[in-house]
Design a protein around this ligand. Structure first.
Ligand SMILES: [Fe+2]
Length: 160
């Protein structure tokens, strides 16, 4: 950890950086999955899904940046390479052999929900070691996940 004038205790900053790096790996993994879906989706709803998956990508990308920059703001090192994310992501690997819209909606919903569950858990974990700002960061993340999970699942909840 870098030395800093930040008044949070080093122990808190170290714990926060570790938690943030774990969720950064998930977020990077999810970010690449949204592009995989954006590029490869096929079917009658192509253009709507192609655009929705890109919008989700932009949202996840913003959170990736916020998470990574909080790590460095606290004096930590952000492990933001694709290789680091692949090593430590807690998400299931994204299937590379699907094309149908529904299959991508389900694969993305599964991973977005797991990411959201971990982000929501991180709110309480960060509060426990005394970093209210990291709690707040993950509150914003999980609120967006809830919204985009709705956007994805709305396609799956009708019988049509
Ligand atoms: Fe594109």
């Amino acid at each position: 950890m870098a030395s800093t004038r930040n008044d949070l205790p080093a122990k808190t900053r170290t714990a926060a950086a570790k938690l943030l790096n774990a969720r950064l790996a998930d977020a990077l993994d999810l970010e690449s999955a949204t592009k995989q879906a954006h590029w490869n989706v096929k079917g009658p709803h192509f253009i709507a899904l192609h655009q929705l998956f890109d919008e989700l990508h932009s949202n996840v990308e913003e959170h990736v940046d916020t998470i990574a920059e909080r790590i460095t703001a606290l004096g930590g090192v952000a492990h933001g390479t694709v290789q680091a994310a692949a090593r430590t992501s807690s998400l299931e690997p994204y299937p590379e052999d699907i094309s149908e819209g529904r299959a991508h909606l389900e694969a993305l919903s599964d991973r977005l929900a797991d990411f959201g569950k971990n982000a929501r858990a991180a709110i309480a974990q960060a509060a426990e070691f005394g970093d209210a700002d990291t709690s707040d960061l993950f509150t914003a993340v999980s609120r967006d996940v809830d919204k985009y999970l709705w956007f994805l699942e709305a396609h799956l909840q009708a019988d049509a």
